[in-house]
Each structure stands twice: as structure tokens, then as C-alpha cells.
Design a protein around this ligand. Structure first.
Ligand code: UT7
Length: 323
């Protein structure tokens, strides 16, 4: 008998305002053609004035609860993966807890930037497998539009806002890779690379700051590390790329996604792709893709999924999951 963290529900929320690439042409020396060809992004959503990360997260949370047929107090824990929490503290997770009417259990944030949802899943899996929680909701939610330097064309055209949520519940498997649920995780970070992707503000500077990125450097690390971590996570449980139904990658750049799939020996027909519609939503991008992938009818019960992500830190990793 093996305890597994099994998916019970998924949901997402995207703010109403859709911004096409062409909108940037008025204020920046850029073009729809450049943004599409270099990143694969066509449009993104931006939160309305006053709409916060915990607002987006709470909407995604309610959608996931509805999908699971659960109420808030059925949950033991909420983990929010975010780098754009509403405030320095308390956590976005406790704000979501209050907003959805959950009066028991515990809630906390995980900060691993674009890899945050993968780190959140690994934490939820550990809580469930160790018996500390039976039902955990993992949310990825971001309002990166709040940390954009709108004069920096190398970054501000790439990011978007949104939230996705996944509910995991303890289930019993036979310990084989035929089990539903999280089958393996693989996490990494290397703080020596902190300067290639960071926000130049925070408590130390007493202002929020703006995202700064050496795009080419991050790109190089992404292409090198993502296929490797996916491969490692699969190998830990004796699986290989050929067993994978869907890669659900962090949606930062279509060229990175294609290169990673190619390295894994899988065609783009095995990739859930949302980058064109959402842009890079950091920790929200994987749960958004999971929710949209299910809605589209791509992801089905029993499918083998591998998620992989890399972001500021650098922090990166992957999770193998049977849906
Ligand atoms: O989610 C966290 C992980 N983040 C990522 O994975 C992002 C990784 N990096 C990337 O996705 C890509 O590096 C970018 C999309 C950011 C940039 O693509 P690139 O092919 O690496 O372009 P580049 O930075 O080398 O820039 C090429 C040229 C430069 O001009 P020069 O120096 O060749 O004259 C840039 O100044 O494109 C210029 N450029 C732009 N031109 C038009 C940069 N941004 C823009 C823009 N519009 N928005």
C-alpha cells in the first residue's frame, strides 16, 4: 500500500483585460512580429486596477473546489506559489484561506518564482505522503504586471497575470507507476545565478522594484536544465520520455518549450501550450496550462504528465504525475 497525492480538481482564473502584442507598439520600439517570433506570445491578461494576486488566486481556488465537488473546509492546507503576494506579509495563502471561507487547517506561500508551482506540488506531496494532510490545494498565482518596467522592451512584453489551482487528496496506490497521483519530484536551485533574473526591490530597498532579466542567459540555462530535470524525475521511477502523454511546461517561451520537447524526443502534439494566450505568468503558468489542457480535452484521467519549470534563483525542477 502506497499513499499517493491524487488530483481531485483543477481550476483557473484569468483577468478580463486581454492585451495583444500590438498594444506595445504605441509606447515601445517593438512589434507584434518580434514578440511572436522570439517568444511565441500573442496576447496576455492584465489584472484590473486594485485586483491583487490573492483575488486571482481565490477565484482559481473556487473553480478548483467546484471541479472537485468540495467546500473550503474540506481542505487541510493551501499552498500558494507566488512572487507577487499582495503584501510583504501575511502570505497570499492566508488571504485566500479567508476569502474562500476556510476556517480550519493551515496556509502558506512558497517562493520559487517561475518554478514555484513545481516546488508547491513537491511540498503538497510531502505533506500528504507523510500523513500531515489529506487534502491540499496548490495554487500558482501572479500579478507580474505590477513589477514590470514599462520602458524595458526586453521584459515587459513577455509577462502576464493569472492564477491556477489544483486540489490533491491522499489516495491508496500499489506503489507502481500505474498509480494515479504524484509519482516523483526533482527540485534544484543554484543561488550563484541570482543576478540573471531578479527584482531590484524589496524589504532591503523599501520599494517593490522591477523585474530585471538577462534573457539570453536565462534562455541558455532553461534549454540546458529543463529536459534534464524532466528526464531525472522520470528515471527516478523507471519511466522514460516515451511513456509521457503530456509535457505541461512552464510557459515562458515557445522556443524553450520546443527545444525541451525535442531533447526529450517528443513531438509538440505531446505538449500543452498556452504561452500564446497567457504570456509568461510565472508560478501560475503550469496550473493554468493544466486547467486549460483539461478543458480542451487534452489531459484525461490516467494520462502520464511531466511538468517542468525554471525561474529566478535560479530555481528549477519537475514533477511526474499520473492524472
Ligand atoms: O520565466 C522565467 C524564465 N524566463 C525565461 O525563460 C525567458 C528566457 N529568455 C527568453 O525568452 C529570450 O531570451 C527573450 C524572449 C527574452 C529574448 O529573445 P532573444 O532571442 O534572446 O533576444 P535578445 O535578448 O538576444 O535580443 C535580440 C535583439 C536585441 O537587439 P540587438 O542587440 O540585437 O540590436 C534586443 O535589444 O532584440 C532586441 N529586443 C527587442 N526588439 C523588439 C529585445 N526586446 C525586444 C522587443 N522588441 N520587445
Amino acid at each position: 500500500m502506497t499513499i499517493r497525492a491524487v488530483v481531485k480538481g483543477v481550476g483557473h482564473y484569468l483577468p478580463d483585460r486581454v492585451v495583444p502584442n500590438s498594444e506595445f507598439e504605441a509606447t515601445l520600439e517593438t512589434s507584434d512580429e518580434w514578440i511572436r517570433s522570439r517568444s511565441g506570445i500573442e496576447r496576455r491578461h492584465f489584472a484590473a486596477e486594485g485586483q491583487t494576486t490573492s483575488d486571482l488566486a481565490s477565484r482559481a481556488a473556487r473553480a478548483a473546489l467546484a471541479d472537485a465537488g468540495m467546500v473550503a473546509d474540506d481542505l487541510d492546507a493551501i499552498i500558494v506559489a507566488t512572487s507577487t503576494a499582495d503584501m510583504t506579509f501575511p502570505s497570499a495563502a492566508t488571504m485566500v484561506q479567508a476569502a474562500i471561507g476556510m476556517t480550519r487547517g493551515f496556509a502558506f506561500d512558497v517562493q520559487a518564482v517561475c518554478a514555484g508551482f513545481v516546488f508547491g506540488l513537491a511540498n503538497a506531496n510531502a505533506l500528504i505522503v507523510s500523513g500531515q494532510a489529506k487534502r491540499v490545494m496548490v495554487i500558482g498565482a501572479e500579478t507580474f504586471s505590477r513589477i514590470m518596467d514599462w520602458t524595458d522592451r526586453g521584459t515587459c512584453v513577455l509577462f502576464g497575470d493569472g492564477a491556477g489551482a489544483l486540489i490533491l487528496e491522499a489516495g491508496v496506490g500499489d506503489g507502481s507507476t500505474a498509480d494515479r497521483g504524484i509519482l516523483s519530484t526533482d527540485l534544484h536551485s543554484d543561488g550563484r545565478f541570482r543576478d540573471i533574473l531578479y527584482v531590484d526591490g524589496g524589504v532591503a530597498t523599501q520599494n517593490t522594484g522591477y523585474l530585471r532579466m538577462q534573457g539570453k542567459e536565462v534562455f541558455r540555462h532553461a534549454v540546458e536544465k529543463l529536459a534534464e530535470t524532466a528526464h531525472t524525475a522520470l528515471a527516478k521511477v523507471g519511466l522514460e520520455s516515451a511513456d509521457v502523454d503530456w509535457i505541461v511546461p512552464h510557459q515562458a517561451n515557445l522556443r524553450i518549450i520546443k527545444a525541451t520537447a525535442q531533447k526529450m524526443g517528443l513531438g509538440m502534439d505531446h505538449v500543452v501550450l498556452t504561452v500564446q494566450d497567457h504570456g509568461n505568468t510565472s508560478a501560475a503558468s503550469i496550473p493554468l496550462a493544466l486547467s486549460v489542457g483539461k478543458q480542451r480535452g487534452q489531459i484525461k484521467t490516467g494520462d502520464l504528465l511531466v511538468t517542468e519549470a525554471i525561474g529566478g534563483g535560479l530555481a528549477w525542477g519537475s514533477v511526474v504525475l499520473r492524472w
